[in-house]
Ligand binder design. Structure first.
Ligand code: SF4
Length: 390
C-alpha cells in the first residue's frame, strides 16, 4: 500500500473557537454505524438527549442516521461558546467519524491510499492559498512499514491505519472487475501525476498550462476509449505519445465574446441545479446570475493560487476515474470549479474596483467547496453533467 499526502497536510491545526466558519453549522452530520450503536447505549439524561437528536433519514433509498440540526442550522450539541457538548460529556472519542475526520479525507484505489484536506475549512484554504511553492505529494510505502511497525500513524492527525481508510480497497475483489469501466490503479495514478506535472510547469503562463492540462486529458481519454474498444486492453503510456500531446495537439483558437458569454451561461445553468447549502451561497449565486448581461472574461488574478486549486482538484478527483474510466470528466470538473471561483472573484473585483486579495480567495474557495464538495448530491451532479458524454 502506498500512502500519499500533500506536503501541507501535517501542518493543519483546527482553529477551534477562533474559526470564522465553524464546521458544526449548516451541514447534515451523518452518524456512522458504530457511533450510532454506541449512542443508543449511552445511559442517563445525556443518552436520552443523543437519541432524541438522532433521526433516520432516507438517502438514496438507504437509511442514513443524522443529527437533526436546529432551525438556525447549528448542530444540536454545539453550545453557545461554540464548544461541542459530546466532547465535554463523553470525550472526543465519542464523536462520529465525520467530526473527527473533517476536514481530512481518505480515498483508496488499488494499492494507493490518498489523504487530503477539504477546502471548505477556511484554515485549509488559507494554508493552500497563501503558500508559494508548488504542492508536493510525498509517498510512503506502507507495506514495508506494516511489516516493520504496526503502529502506522500520519503525524499530526493520528490516523488512519490502512484498514480504517474510507473506501479502502486493499481487497483485490473491490477493484473494478473485467466488466467494469474503471481504469487500472497504476495507470490512474500515473495520469494524475503527469497532469499535476503539467499544471506545475511554472516555466509557462498559467493559461497555457491549463490548456495543456485539458488537451492532455482529452488525449488520454481518447486513448482509453480506443484501447477499450479495440482489444479490451488499456494501452501503455508510451504508446499514446502522452508526453508530447500537450505540444502537438492543435491549440484552441482564442474565444470570441459570444463564446465567453455562452460558456458563462452554461456555468450558471449548472449552478442553478445545485442544492443550496448555505444562504451565503444563494446570495453569491444570485449576484452571479445578475452578471449574465456582462459576463466576466476569464482572469486568473493569481497564477500560483489558480495552480494550487487545479492541483487540489486533480489530486482529489482524477483517482475517481479508477471507478468509471471518465478521466476527461474529472478534468472538466476541475476547470469548471476553477472558472466558477474566478467568476466569484470577478464579482468582488467589480464591486470594489480592485484585484481580489488573499482573504477574498479564502472566502470564495471555502464557500464553493462547502457548496459542492460537502454535498455528495452536488458533487455527483457536476461530475455527471461534465462527464465525457458531454
Ligand atoms: S472549519 Fe476547519 S478550522 Fe474551522 S472548526 Fe472546522 S475544522 Fe476547525
Amino acid at each position: 500500500m502506498i500512502l500519499r499526502i500533500p506536503d501541507y497536510f501535517e501542518d493543519f491545526h483546527c482553529l477551534g473557537e477562533a474559526c470564522p466558519d465553524t464546521c458544526c453549522i449548516g451541514w447534515e452530520l451523518e452518524i456512522d454505524e458504530a457511533t450510532y450503536d454506541y449512542y443508543r447505549s449511552v445511559p442517563g439524561a445525556f443518552g436520552r438527549r443523543l437519541r432524541a437528536a438522532m433521526a433516520d433519514a432516507a438517502k438514496d433509498g438507504e437509511a442514513a442516521r443524522t443529527f437533526c440540526l436546529k432551525v438556525d442550522g447549528r448542530c444540536p450539541f454545539l453550545n453557545r461558546q461554540n464548544l461541542c457538548e459530546i466532547v465535554l460529556e463523553l470525550g472526543p472519542e465519542a464523536l462520529p467519524e465525520v467530526c473527527t475526520e473533517y476536514p481530512r479525507r481518505t480515498f483508496s484505489f488499488g494499492p494507493y491510499i490518498t489523504r487530503s484536506l477539504t477546502l471548505s475549512c477556511p484554515e485549509v484554504a488559507r494554508m493552500l492559498l497563501t503558500s508559494e511553492p508548488p504542492v508536493h505529494f510525498p509517498e510512503v510505502d506502507l507495506s514495508e512499514r506494516v511489516l516493520a511497525d504496526t503502529e502506522i500513524t500520519v503525524k499530526g492527525d493520528g490516523s488512519p491505519e490502512p484498514a480504517a481508510a474510507e473506501d479502502a480497497s486493499d481487497d483485490p475483489s473491490d477493484a473494478p472487475g473485467e466488466d467494469a469501466e474503471g481504469l487500472p490503479a497504476d495507470f490512474t495514478a500515473k495520469v494524475r501525476d503527469r497532469a499535476i506535472g503539467l499544471l506545475e510547469d511554472r516555466g509557462r503562463a498559467f493559461a497555457d498550462r491549463l490548456g495543456r492540462f485539458l488537451r492532455y486529458a482529452e488525449a488520454v481519454q481518447q486513448g482509453i476509449d480506443a484501447g477499450l474498444r479495440t482489444d479490451g486492453q488499456l494501452f501503455s503510456m508510451e504508446e499514446t505519445g502522452f508526453e508530447r500531446c500537450g505540444d502537438t495537439a492543435e491549440k484552441p483558437q482564442k474565444e470570441s465574446p459570444e463564446d465567453l458569454r455562452a460558456a458563462f451561461a452554461k456555468r450558471l445553468e449548472l449552478l442553478e441545479k445545485l442544492e443550496d447549502i448555505s444562504p451565503r451561497w444563494e446570495k453569491e449565486r444570485a449576484a452571479l446570475s445578475a452578471m449574465a448581461g456582462a459576463p466576466p472574461f476569464p482572469e486568473f488574478y493569481d497564477d500560483v493560487r489558480a495552480e494550487h486549486l487545479m492541483t487540489y482538484y486533480t489530486d482529489r478527483y482524477f483517482p475517481l476515474a479508477w471507478y468509471d474510466g471518465d478521466l476527461l470528466g474529472k478534468a472538466r470538473f476541475a476547470v469548471f470549479s476553477l472558472l466558477v471561483q474566478m467568476d466569484l472573484l470577478t464579482l468582488r473585483a467589480r464591486k470594489r474596483g480592485e484585484k481580489p486579495g488573499a482573504q477574498d480567495w479564502i472566502e470564495v474557495v471555502s464557500l464553493y467547496s462547502a457548496e459542492v464538495e460537502n454535498s455528495e448530491y452536488n458533487t455527483e451532479l457536476l461530475l455527471e453533467a461534465l462527464g465525457q458524454s458531454l
